[in-house]
Write a protein that binds this ligand. Structure first.
Ligand code: PGA
Ligand code: ZN
Length: 405
C-alpha cells in the first residue's frame, strides 16, 4: 500500500486451522494449484475492487478506510472479497499511516485510539494439541504465563527455561517427537491430564513453585471435539455432555495452577459458557475465541449473559482493523479482559505485537517459543521495550480478580 507522500505499508493475512464458524472467510481458490490454497481471487479483490475504491482516501482515517472496504462487501463473513483480502489491506493502511506520521506502529496505534501503550503479558504454548497436532491430544493449547515477572524480558527467559525443561522431560520419557503447528512440543501423552502433569513438572524443574511466578493457561478449543452437544475426548476414549466437560475442567482447575481457560465449551453453547463462567469466573480468566470471533456485537451479547470474562482479539476473524478495535472497545465497556492473538497459520508479520502494545490490551498470545513466525512477535516486543522502557510491562495486572491476582 503506497501513499502519495511516498510512504508505504504492508500487511500479511494469517490463517487458522481451528476456525470459528462465525469468523471472516479466508478466501482460497480451491482447485489443483497449491493444493487449493492459492489466493488469486483474494488478490483480484485487492487489485480490482479495494485499491480503486481507496484511491484518494486519507490513510490516517482508518475507520473511513475500513468502512469503504466494508461497503464493497457487506456480507457477514466477507465471502465476496475474502477476509484475507480485507484484513491485509486494512493492516497495510495502518502501517502506511504510521510511516507517514514517522511513528513506530505501536505509538501510532496508541495515539490514534487514545490509549496508553503497555507491554503485554504473554501466553506461550509449551505443548500443542487438537487441530494443531493431528488431534494427538484433545486440548489444543497447553501454555504458560509468567504474571509474577517484573519485566517482559524476564517472561521470555522463564518461558524459554520451562519450554526446554518440558522438552527434556519428553526426551527422558522417550516421547520427544518434534513440534506442533505453533511450535509447542508434539504431545505424546496417554491422557490430556498427563500433559498438565508434565507441564507442572517442567515448571518445578526450573526451580519455580507452580502458581507462584508461573501459571498455566489452556485453550480447550472445545468446538473442535464437539458433535451435537457431546464432547469426545478421543485420546481417552471418553464421551461427555457439557456438564461433564465443565466438571472435568473444574477438577483440573482444582488440581493444577491454571489461571486462564479459553473456549471451555463449544462456540454454539452460550448457556454452557455462562454456566462455566458462573462456576469458575471468579477464579480463572475465561476467554471467548471461536465463541466471540472478535465481534463487538457478540462480545456485548456475551456480557449481557455473563458468559466469559475475556475476549481473544484476532483481527483477521473480524476482517478489518476497525472491527478488531471495536471488539476490544466492547470488551473494555463490558469490563472484559482482552488477549490479542496470533493464528496457527502465521507469517513474519508483527502487527499484533504493536496492536497489543499500542492498545494497551494487556495480553498477547502467539503460540510457542520457537519457530521464526512466533519469535518474530516476541522479538518485536523486546524492540518495543527498548523504546517504551521496562516499566511499561503490565505484569500480572490482567489476572487481577482471579485466584492468582
Ligand atoms: P487457530 O488457533 O489460529 O487455529 O484458530 C488459535 C486459537 O485457537 O487460539
Ligand atoms: Zn482459541
Amino acid at each position: 500500500m503506497g501513499l502519495a507522500c511516498g510512504h508505504f505499508g504492508r500487511g500479511i493475512a494469517p490463517s487458522g486451522a481451528s476456525r470459528g464458524t462465525r469468523e471472516a472467510i479466508d478466501l482460497r481458490d480451491g482447485g489443483k494449484a497449491l493444493r487449493g490454497m492459492d489466493v488469486q481471487r483474494a488478490l483480484t479483490s485487492v487489485q480490482d475492487s479495494i485499491a480503486p475504491a481507496l484511491l484518494g482516501h486519507n490513510a490516517t482515517d482508518q475507520a473511513g478506510i475500513d468502512a469503504t472496504i466494508l461497503a464493497l462487501d457487506p456480507s457477514p463473513l466477507k465471502d465476496v472479497l475474502g477476509g484475507n483480502a480485507t484484513v491485509a489491506t486494512s493492516m497495510a493502511v495502518l502501517h502506511a499511516a504510521a510511516a507517514a506520521a514517522r511513528k513506530p506502529l505501536w505509538r501510532h496505534i496508541a495515539d490514534h485510539y487514545g490509549q496508553t501503550p503497555t507491554l503485554p503479558l504473554p501466553e506461550i504454548q509449551i505443548f500443542g494439541g487438537g487441530a494443531h497436532a493431528g488431534r494427538r491430544v484433545d486440548i489444543q493449547d497447553f501454555m504458560v504465563m509468567v504474571p509474577g515477572a517484573k519485566t517482559f524480558d524476564e517472561v521470555m527467559e522463564v518461558t524459554s527455561e520451562v519450554y526446554f525443561a518440558a522438552g527434556a522431560i519428553m526426551k527422558q520419557k522417550g516421547r520427544l517427537a518434534g513440534v506442533a503447528d505453533e511450535g509447542g512440543w508434539w504431545p505424546i501423552f496417554d491422557s490430556n491430564e498427563e500433559a498438565l502433569e508434565t507441564l507442572t513438572l517442567a515448571i518445578e524443574k526450573v526451580g519455580e513453585k507452580p502458581g507462584d511466578r508461573v501459571v498455566i493457561s489452556l485453550d480447550v478449543a472445545a468446538s473442535e471435539f464437539c458433535t451435537d452437544g457431546r464432547y469426545r475426548l478421543a485420546l481417552e476414549d471418553r464421551d461427555m455432555g457439557a456438564d461433564g466437560l465443565i466438571d472435568l475442567l473444574g477438577t483440573w482447575i482444582d488440581s493444577y495452577p491454571i489461571a486462564s481457560i479459553e473456549d471451555p465449551v463449544s462456540e454454539d453453547d452460550p448457556a454452557g459458557m455462562a454456566k462455566f463462567t458462573r462456576r469458575f469466573g471468579a477464579r480463572v480468566q475465561i476467554i471467548g475465541d471461536d465463541y466471540l470471533v472478535t465481534n463487538a456485537k457478540l462480545v456485548t451479547e456475551a456480557a449481557a449473559q455473563k458468559a466469559c470474562n475475556a475476549v481473544l482479539i484476532k483481527v483477521n476473524q473480524a476482517g478489518t482493523i476497525t472491527e478488531g478495535v471495536d471488539a476490544f472497545k466492547a470488551a473494555n465497556a463490558a469490563g472484559y479482559r482482552s488477549v490479542v492473538s496470533a493464528r496457527s497459520g502465521e507469517t513474519e508479520d508483527v502487527t499484533i505485537s504493536h496492536l497489543a502494545t499500542g492498545l494497551g490490551a494487556g495480553q498477547l498470545k502467539v503460540g510457542s517459543f520457537t519457530r521464526s513466525e512466533r519469535m518474530a512477535k516476541w522479538n518485536e516486543c523486546l524492540r518495543i521495550q527498548d523504546t517504551l522502557g521496562r516499566d511499561a510491562f503490565v505484569g500480572g495486572a490482567p489476572l487481577a480478580n482471579t485466584w492468582w491476582g
